[in-house]
Design a protein around this ligand. Structure first.
Ligand code: AMP
Length: 279
């Protein structure tokens, strides 16, 4: 496995793979890889002849008061995980290599302005821009994204359709710790008490899912019950809990599939996200 930092070094390798008729899978990440990322890499390795994992903490998707500087980084550990999983290349560029005084950004309306987009107004422009650039640099046949970031997955699918990228987007299920907490690079910020408090996300989502399984049809009742459960936890502060139509991310009044029930919750200073989808 190779670690490549320069676009001009990566391109000829990928061109050669395409000439040889080899399929290429891309797994975009911000590094500090865990079992969630590994599940995407495993799937990409199973479905493609060659796999590129991008490992880039993308500055343009962080707001001014967010955790870009403190975001955890460990290229050595990431390389070991990728090598063991059977990836061929880690693409780990510097910010200047990716942006080099760039003036062009990819923006999207509507579905980037709701849910996480309300609190993080520039986030999805940064995501769409970096993912477009990665698509153009790596020219993959398939790209792998986690349902953990469900809104991001919807946004990327829409971008691929709108901009006619000839790439198949593969969505992968959420990987959780044994006690239910969704795996995240940001879990490393949590103190022992916060780690326990963070279970209110997955626990309250389970409660909401059960209400729907038992026939509850009011989306507001489900959301209010989830919020009430989170509010019992003193270290938690809700950013949002919403139930939306999975196709357009518009708020649902009545429980109707396919739906996304998504939340962002601050545990202390750490903002965590989680969700469930019913299709
Ligand atoms: P990140 O490094 O946080 O930007 O995540 C890179 C990719 O890994 C995204 O497509 C995420 O949705 C996915 N991912 C992160 N955590 C998980 C998880 N717990 N389960 C499944 N996929 C995940």
């Amino acid at each position: 496995m190779q670690i490549i930092k320069k676009i001009d070094e990566l391109r000829p390798i990928i061109k050669q793979w395409h000439r040889e008729g080899l399929s290429v899978g891309l797994v975009p990440t911000m590094g500090y890889l865990h079992e969630g990322h590994k599940s995407l890499i495993d799937r990409a390795v199973a479905e493609n002849d060659r796999v590129v994992v991008s490992d880039f903490v993308n500055p343009t998707q962080f707001g001014p008061n967010e955790d870009f500087e403190s975001y955890p980084r460990d290229l050595g550990a990431d390389a070991a995980l990728c090598e063991a999983a059977g990836a061929d290349i880690i693409f780990n560029p510097e910010a200047d290599e990716m942006y080099d005084n760039a003036l062009t950004f990819v923006d999207m309306n509507k579905i980037t302005k709701v849910l996480c987009g309300k609190t993080r107004p520039i986030h999805f422009s940064g995501v769409c821009t970096v993912v477009s650039k990665l698509f153009n640099i790596v020219t993959p046949d398939k790209a792998y994204f986690g349902q953990k970031d469900a809104q991001q997955l919807c946004v990327i699918r829409k971008m691929v359709k709108d901009l006619n990228f000839d790439i198949e987007i593969v969505g992968c299920p959420i990987i959780r710790e044994a006690d239910g907490l969704a795996k995240s690079s940001r879990n490393t910020y949590l103190s022992a008490d916060e780690r326990k408090a963070a279970l209110c996300l997955s626990r309250s989502l389970e409660t909401g899912k059960k209400m729907i399984e038992n026939g509850e049809l009011s989306a507001a009742k489900v959301v209010d019950t989830i919020k009430a459960e989170i509010e019992k936890e003193p270290l938690a502060k809700i950013d949002y809990v919403e139930m939306v139509d999975l196709n357009n991310l518009e708020t649902l009044e009545t429980v109707q599939k396919p739906l996304l029930c998504a939340m962002a919750v601050y545990i202390g200073k750490t903002r965590l996200i989680d969700n469930f989808i019913l299709e």
